[in-house]
Write a protein that binds this ligand. Sequence first.
Ligand SMILES: *Cc1c(COP(=O)(O)O)cnc(C)c1O
Length: 384
Amino acid sequence: MHSLDTYAADKIQRLEAASLMRRLKPTQRTAGAFVERDGRRLLSFSCNDYLGLSQHPAVKAAAQAAIETYGAGSGASRLVTGDTPLLSELEARLARLKGTEACVVFGSGYLANTGVIPTFAGKGDIVLVDELAHACIWAGAQLSGARILPFAHNDTDHLAALLAEHRAGARHAIVATDGVFSMDGDLAPLDWLSAVCEANDAWLLSDDAHGVGVLADGHGSAALFPEAQIPFQMGTLSKALGSYGGYLCGSQAVVDLLKTRARTLVYTTGLPPAAAAAALAALDIIEAQSALTALPLAKARAFTKAVGLPPAASPIVPVIIGEAQDALDASRALEAEGFLVVAIRPPTVAAGAARLRIAFSAEHPDAEIARLAQLVKPYVKGRP
Ligand SMILES: *Cc1c(COP(=O)(O)O)cnc(C)c1O
């Protein structure tokens, strides 16, 4: 066997033994939060399509019309010929939704964070990262070459202590966090983080991937903290907006610098026109239908009440199981009942903190949420 294949096969064997091997499963998503897998129809509590907009007729029609007008792909980097006119329209709409001067759209949320952080931090700078922040924030911090200082989850005292110790020796400081934590569903204390940042001349980045479209009438988690100064408001078009792509909302100067310097914008092809058009149509719906945007959180709260957990802060509710294999077994038991609730295992979450991550959608029928709650309740009771 080739040494490369030996290496890969050995590594897979070790992952399998630890219940940590992951495999792709072809999944056909359909309207109403249903998916089809292996010929079975399951109600999905694992999609981030919180408003069902990826399947919405107006969103799909907008994507189709954009393909007819502009073609399937964008053909080049945005700075060359890939800047379809839909993108500037989309950026203006996102800036308005977030209440910022300007916005820049990236190919994905992952590309946004890995582009933004290295544009504003490098050698001689510090990037302070919440320990539970998303993998692409860590990737951006690592790419930047700045010194990375992790702080305890949502612990503003720890953050302040790190800044007291390290801020003076650094040129610039970025503090990066999820606004809504993707695997825990809790919110960052953006008002407190902002106060610590302002006191230390640090720049706050909040990743609102799971807030936009579903919190504060769709404006996202930052709008829950109107006093907070958040110069980097990052998010994705790939979750509640039902499309694909990422963005950074901020001042005109920040956005202009990103458009000329962010490597994940300069050296990659522009977002396909259909993705931009779908996101625009989704924004129309989100801005017009605040009752719809409130549903995922309301449904998550009905669930947390039914199982005896503290009220959900977002549409994401974790049920901590512990060991990876136990989480897989719990997921399989729910699948037998017609529910898709994917087990989340290390390294996505800490060792010993494998979990069911339950994501609520506006489309989930209340009766099915009640049935899921009955099935999940025993796992909540057994929580360590
Ligand atoms: C999903 C997610 C991303 C990545 O966004 P994509 O558009 O899917 O690349 C970034 N940050 C957080 C917190 C996420 O949950």
